[in-house]
Write a protein that binds this ligand. Sequence first.
Ligand SMILES: [Zn+2]
Length: 566
Amino acid sequence: MVRRYLILFVLLVLVALRCYPQNIDYDKRLREIVRQYGQAEVTIPFTDRNTLNSLTREVSITSVRDKTVVISLSPLTVEWFIQQKFGYSIIEKSFTKGIVSALNTKEAMGWEVYPSYFQYDSIMQSFISLYPGLCKLDTIGKSNNGKLVLALKISDNAADNEDEPEVFYSSTIHGDETGGFVLMLRLADYLLKNYTGNSRVKNLVDNLEIWINPLANPDGTYGTGNTISSPVRYNAQGYDLNRNFPDPVTPNTVKQKETLDMIRFMEEHRFVISANFHAGDEVVNYPWDRWYSRYHADDSWFHGISRAYADTVHYYSGPAYMNEFDNGITRGAAWYIIYGGRQDFVTYGLQGREVTIELDMTRETPAAQLELLWQNNWHSLLVYIENALYGIHGLVQDASSSLPVPAKVFITGHDSDSSHVYSDTLTGKFVRMLSPGSWDLTFSANGYIDTTVSNIPVYEGQKTDIVVNMIPETNRTKTIIPSVTSLYPNPAANEINALLSDRMTGYVNVRIINMSGVVISDFNTETIQGEPVPIDITMLKGGSYTVIFTNTSSKASCRGKFMVIK
Ligand SMILES: [Zn+2]
């Protein structure tokens, strides 16, 4: 794309021009830019990853390429940066070009100009008055300057909280990465307009709850004003909100209002899949952002959905757009490490699946390019949320009462770093999106016996429905399972012997449960026909216990009660 080479050329010229030795005047100029515009960009040469990893904890790295590190500085970080005495070059701030504001809401809804803040608010309101059954407006919170952080829910029966997977699109957490803001508004408009008559859209709206937050950082985009004139990356306090989320290893202490509101909103909804839109590059960036040599358990799945986004872009728009890194996709940390990003927080902390999508090399997409941005991305936007309709969709319920059971759903030997999911507390429903194959899912919940469902097939672009019946610990010991043939001596102090029926012989799992239903001991052992199974009970306190034997291949069980005397 000609535009990109031009930008690269201008960047290189600027870097070349600015490589004179650093002096006090230069620091003065940097301070002046930050004071005037609320931020500044500098470059330093790339030396090694370790330097980068300590730097990323202090300032916002925005790009690393061609042996150059691009750093954004805010009023909060500029002095720290100057003190480090890096040999840096300033990227001179050019006036925001091409951010054309609409005259009125109607013009803004042609999606080829930027709305004012009030027009944005009217557009969101107009969706609910035009399509009352299909959408609902919610406020995630208020910015530091009192502007609204809005989210539009699009679904059939939008007023109700239905049993449907929730998905989330959010843009412009960096206030000067503006293209995604209009892209999100236009996506909402497209979904609502095409619900009647477009079966693909209808399928999405009928089966999902789609949440769209076009503008996550209104203060960064609009400042205290009503039109976009000097947008900045940061919030009104000078914080980079996409470095402000709790880190999996060392949750950061400073959290901004916008971040806390977003965390609360996302905790409430537990989105199955989400994406956070940015600009400054053209790439789909997937977890982890904070671990370079550690991959998400579902790394191949993340690779697949990111590949699908970029490939769909290429299919409809040609190969020139979104072709950075591995032809438009990258693992976050392979590019550069960040801490406190939303993607890692959602994926690690909320068991969600989030990627970061960089939409445009130009951070402040000129209004004249908004139509092209839409044409390049809209198919991919549908493809991405369709992922929530695939994989394993299950209902976890109590075997006797059929009431929903909140359970941990995990894959032994596969899940790590919080990659498991949970079934919903109220509905017992869960979605686990996985690469095609055959999967064993284990369900565990308080008061229930762990259940594993084996060989669940997952096919590309399809849904597998399962219902999991959880057996309460108490039920199982009282009614369902036959008794051990013989359990002796009983009561006992140090060892107890169990004689199992012939059908139980082989490898058995032994679980000892106390009176409150807590599993005290859980192990496997081999048993031989006609020979008693010795169980060491020296570690048990005095009291009454239940022991459950389960043959590991036939799954046949039996149980017995014994007393421990100390
Ligand atoms: Zn960004």
